[in-house]
Design a protein around this ligand. Structure first.
Ligand SMILES: Cc1ncc(COP(=O)(O)O)c(C=O)c1O
Length: 403
């Protein structure tokens, strides 16, 4: 960490308190441009909003020309609020209530991906021939991929999508309904995938399905290959979106099929860090554990997935063996931010940063223990601005009768 970086982080901690999420506008735009350049067209890339829904983040992403994949009415509302026009919004293939699907019909959305029977029923019942809707069908290809079992979404026993064997009937039903235009087969294999091989296998499944559907008179036009490309949390070197996209393009050459992608983590992870202050050291047989003011309520990725993010001292890189655990302050022993770090010289009051938390960081924060959620700030042009105020105590009981 350079001197200027640490000065700025210390200034943010003083002005805004800790824990605070710090995003870099330059970094999130650079990561987006890597995808856009590899795809040759911003319209093939849809940021998965679930990774980070801060309005300032979404506005920046909107400015790059890419689209956005939303999973809920709330994510859709945020995308609209941030300025995404309806035709750049993709209602994604995750479990949705019938109401969310109905609201998506005839509303100008670029694509609505259906992934369960009740979603198909809702789309058929609300289809509006005067305002047709492009439809995708999510397939469960039976592939294991993802950094943790909870992040594998394409395997046979996953709750998402249709069995390949069921797709032809669903496709025919959609095609026979005025106001629905089935055009896309979709997969999302999982999250944190570090090899391209799972997409290759998914393409085998999708190409065979598309072949079969060609006879239906309503051919598949496009594959939505979801998100899932990982980042290496232990280094600065990531799997390259260009390798994924060019590999897919090669497989689709001559088929007339196009493809799109829904990256979340690989656009946002590197663009965020979590700033936290050490509350106290607890010595355990000569080895300290550091208890800091960020807990699993602020950053859940270690508790949920055992994810080990790099953790550094803002004031410098202390030496010593990698034996120091970094713990949160809440009332559970599972409240851990990371384990086995070289942070021996760190003292109470010192600042730490948890790296690469721009994706699935703040969006997974909770109010457990009645802890107000952290502030979020954006670094822009060498300075910072608050893009979400830290929650106040009053925020904690908003909507509850207080007398
Ligand atoms: C349908 C869909 N698309 C895209 C993504 C984004 O995945 P990632 O952040 O791993 O790129 C997800 C994540 O769960 C998803 O469910």
């Amino acid at each position: 960490m350079s001197r200027t970086d640490s000065d700025l982080l210390a200034e943010i901690a003083t002005a805004q308190g800790t824990p605070t999420y710090v995003y870099s506008a330059r970094s999130l735009e650079a990561a987006t441009l890597r995808w856009v350049e590899a795809a040759g067209d911003a319209e093939r890339i849809f940021f998965a909003a679930k990774a980070n829904t801060n309005l300032a983040v979404l506005r920046r992403l909107c400015g790059t020309g890419i689209g956005i994949e939303v999973a809920t009415a709330g994510e859709r509302a945020r995308a609209e609020r941030a300025g995404f026009p309806a035709d750049r919004i993709l209602l994604g293939g995750v479990p949705k209530s019938a109401d969310v699907v109905v609201q998506g019909m005839g509303s100008g959305l670029g694509l609505v991906v259906l992934q369960a029977g009740h979603e198909v029923d809702a789309a058929v019942s609300a289809a509006d021939p005067a305002h047709p809707t492009r439809i995708g069908v999510r397939v469960r290809p039976g592939i294991r991929a993802g950094a943790h079992p909870s992040l594998e979404t394409g395997r046979t026993d996953a709750k998402f999508g249709f069995e390949p064997a069921d797709v032809a009937d669903i496709w025919s039903r959609l095609a026979a309904t005025g106001g629905l235009e089935p055009e896309v087969l979709a997969v999302h294999l999982g999250s944190g995938i570090d090899s391209l091989e799972p997409w290759d296998r998914a393409l085998d499944v999708l190409l065979e399905l598309a072949d079969g559907l060609a006879a239906s008179g309503v051919p598949v036009r496009e594959f939505d290959l979801g998100g899932g490309l990982g980042v290496d949390y232990s280094s600065d070197v990531d799997p390259d979106p260009a390798a994924l996209i060019h590999g897919v393009d090669r497989r689709l050459l001559g088929t007339g099929l196009c493809s799109r992608f829904e990256p979340g983590r690989s656009i946002m992870a590197r663009a965020g860090l979590l700033l936290t202050r050490v509350l106290y050291r607890r010595e355990r047989e000569g080895t300290p554990a550091l208890v800091c003011d960020a807990g699993f309520t602020d950053f859940a990725r270690f508790a949920l997935y055992g994810a080990q993010h790099r953790i550094e001292a803002v004031a410098g890189s202390p030496a010593g063996p990698p034996t120091v655990d970094v713990l949160g302050p809440t009332c559970e022993s599972g409240d851990v931010i990371g384990t086995g770090r070289s942070l021996h010289d760190v003292q109470p009051g010192d600042l730490l940063v948890v790296r690469d938390v721009g994706a699935y960081g703040f969006v997974m924060a909770s109010n457990y223990n009645s802890r107000p959620r952290p502030a979020e700030v954006m670094l822009e042009n060498g300075d910072f601005r608050v893009v979400r105020e830290r929650e106040t105590l009053e925020d904690l009981w908003r909507g509850e009768p207080t007398t």
